[in-house]
Design a protein around this ligand. Structure first.
Ligand SMILES: [Zn+2]
Ligand SMILES: [Zn+2]
Length: 258
């Protein structure tokens, strides 16, 4: 609704009618439990669900210096997990805002595949609140969202990585560059694949748009979920081969086991 607030205020009956109208389209109750009241202020997820043990959990140290995998227990020095020691990661480091708990994955799934766009302010807010302060400590040239294949983009009508990258760009002042990379292969879903299969599945999936060459730009890659890092690593490889400088990855959620 583009009508300015002041003009709505002078038509109280119209405003009530609009609120009722929005209530018809937008959920009034929590999108997880379906019983507690939760409106836009709560991000449509009630406080009780958000604070469940498998609810919203921010990623906190200790975690792997490279891939950001949270580690349960005491760690007194910097460490790299076993997976990172074995795999050839191109990005310098990956960080995530929240753990990919059952609730987080449920919300992301509803947002991505069922177009529950009213969940976007909550998800983007969680992401930006954690990523922006970290990114402000260094100088970055571009925020680059992981691209969707054009066919997938048409099916889904939006790229969730790009939608999450937008408010992060606004909060940090780092320009968004969504035209640098393209997804040149439709890959099968990664969900049932092993770590090695995932890497092979996406190895050639990304390319520089128009075979563009870079000159050492420092890039922040953005995606919704990081599981093994295969997708973001394939993007990072295409950027690095084109001449990018430092590359870091920020995702909304991070799988805790894989
Ligand atoms: Zn709830
Ligand atoms: Zn690691």
């Amino acid at each position: 609704m583009t009508m300015p607030r002041s003009s709505l205020a002078s038509f109280p009956r119209l405003k009530t009618w609009l609120d009722a109208g929005l209530g018809f389209f937008y959920p009034e109750c929590c999108q997880i439990c379906g019983c507690e009241r939760a409106g836009p202020a709560e991000g449509y997820v009630c406080g009780r669900c958000q604070s469940r043990p498998d609810g919203i959990r921010f990623v906190r140290p200790p975690f792997c210096e490279r891939c950001g995998l949270p580690f349960r227990g005491e760690v007194t020095s910097r460490f790299e997990c076993g997976n990172c020691q074995e795999s050839e990661l191109v990005f310098r480091q990956a960080r995530a805002a929240i753990e990919a708990t059952a609730l987080a994955l449920d919300l992301i799934h509803k947002y991505k595949y069922q177009r529950a766009l009213w969940l976007e302010p909550l998800l983007a807010g969680l992401f930006t609140s954690q990523a922006a302060p970290e990114l402000r400590r260094e100088q970055w040239d571009w925020i680059v969202p992981v691209p969707l294949h054009p066919v997938r983009h048409r099916e889904r009508e939006f790229n969730q990585a790009q939608r999450l990258a937008l408010p992060l760009g606004a909060a940090t002042g780092i320009p968004l560059n969504a035209r640098l990379l393209e997804r040149v292969e439709i890959t099968r879903t990664q969900t049932m694949l092993s770590r090695t299969e995932r890497a092979a599945n996406v190895r050639k999936a990304f390319a520089m748009r128009g075979a563009r060459q870079l000159g050492g730009e420092r890039i922040v890659l953005v995606d919704d979920v990081l599981t093994t890092g295969a997708t973001t690593n394939a993007c990072a490889r295409a950027l690095q081969q084109a001449g990018a400088g430092d590359i870091c990855v920020w995702t909304l959620a991070r799988a805790v086991t894989h």
